[in-house]
Design a protein around this ligand. Structure first.
Ligand code: ZN
Length: 401
């Protein structure tokens, strides 16, 4: 199976502030992720060199190289919010936070930028009259989404006239785990500024660079996430583009995410309190120190895996990120009997670029099994029910959960 994705540089300067950027971490031959299917031996080395670049001025993190979007979000991109337990609980967290910020408030026109399968939009119906979802996954099949008050569009946002589509400017724009995929966040915010009214509220959720570093989660660096926003760098972007921060919070259980509420600046906007350590700019030393701790733990886990009896070693959690975890653990998982997963849609499948199958754990006898937690962002829920099934031992690749 031949695959030849188009690779190009992301930017020579910071995509948020235009500042000078330097490489903070080089990852040679980092594999592609997110491809379930039948294993093709010649895809074992689907990978490309990648670097995490850091802005000298605002400390924003961004990738050096980007992959062609059609390769990433064509048929191979299989994440769907409603099918993911973490995705669904992330939606509930966002809705609760919204209710805390704007108790009982109803909106006339709601936009969900990066709406995925429309799970959040359906939940937002009780809060809004007219709803619009935008996501490239709906390209050429927008009519498949049937709903009396929700419309979806599959074109790039800059080609959409929100005023025309909705009969006025939106009063709420939500976006969950989308802007980290965007090559030019500055243009996006500038577009949003033009499309928004004076009272439009924005609520954006995305992985937080600060939490990635605090949790030693270098495995969260992947070709799909072009941007690594810290609160510091995102606030700089907001103020440069004429927005004011309203509030922020963290969802530690959804990919180490930050939720940021903001709106257009008004002359006399109040300043919100930002805790001191959240204000700090990320430095190259922060990245190096994090990588060092992460790498030691990966080396250690890799050595433990090598000592395991391969006929009794299983993974638990068939995450889209498995090739990246394998990269850091220096395994292709061929030593594993299989990767167990609770999602019936994955059973019998595998990975195009890893020689390991995905199996159902339901009737399995765990009494002889050693289980390695392999879905790094679902380790807690997996562990919770795994313990009661009494495997011989459980291996967690990182020592923080
Ligand atoms: Zn910058």
């Amino acid at each position: 199976m031949k695959i030849d994705p188009i690779v190009k540089p992301l930017s020579d300067t910071c995509t948020l502030c235009g500042g000078m950027i330097d490489s903070a971490l080089d990852l040679q031959n980092l594999p592609f992720t997110g491809i379930y299917g039948t294993y093709h031996p010649d895809s074992k080395n689907w990978a490309m060199n990648q670097s995490l670049m850091l802005c000298r001025s605002c400390g924003h993190g961004q990738l050096k190289s980007q992959l062609d979007l059609s390769f990433l979000y064509g048929n191979t991109y299989s994440y769907r919010t409603s099918k993911s337990a973490t995705g669904r609980s992330g939606v509930e967290f966002l809705l609760n936070y919204m209710e805390q910020l704007f108790p009982g408030k109803k909106f006339s026109r709601i936009v969900d930028f990066g709406c995925n399968d429309g799970h959040l939009l359906k939940k937002l119906k009780q809060k809004g009259e007219k709803l619009l979802g935008i996501d490239l996954i709906w390209k050429d099949r927008e009519k498949d989404f049937q709903d009396d008050r929700i419309t979806v569009l599959g074109q790039p946002i800059e080609q959409i006239n929100l005023w025309q589509e909705m009969g006025g400017s939106p009063d709420l724009v939500v976006s969950q785990h989308t802007i980290e995929h965007i090559a030019d966040p500055r243009s996006l915010l500038s577009y949003m500024h033009a499309a928004a009214g004076e009272d439009t509220v924005f609520l954006f959720e995305f992985p937080c660079f600060n939490l990635l570093l605090e949790n030693f989660r270098i495995d969260q660096l992947s070709h799909e996430h072009l941007q690594y926003f810290s609160l510091h760098s995102f606030m700089k972007l907001l103020s440069d583009q004429g927005f004011n921060l309203i509030d922020y919070t963290f969802n530690y259980h959804h990919w180490g995410a930050i939720l940021v509420a903001f709106k257009k600046s008004k002359k006399k906007a109040g300043r919100i309190y930002v805790r001191e350590h959240h204000r700090a700019k990320v430095s190259p030393d922060d990245v190096t120190a994090c990588y060092r701790v992460f790498q030691r733990q990966m080396d250690c886990t890799g050595n433990v895996l090598k000592k395991c009896d391969s006929g009794k070693l299983w993974g638990y959690g068939a995450s889209l990120m498995l090739p990246v975890l394998g990269y850091h653990l220096k395994t292709d998982f061929s030593q594993f009997v299989a990767i167990l997963d609770d999602d019936p849609l994955k059973h019998g499948s595998g990975y195009v670029n890893l020689p390991v199958k995905i199996k159902e754990p339901k009737d399995m006898d765990f009494s002889e099994a050693t289980i390695c937690l392999t879905a790094m962002d679902n380790r807690r829920p997996i562990l919770k029910h795994l313990v009661s099934r009494m495997p011989i031992r459980i291996i967690t690749p990182l020592n923080t959960l």
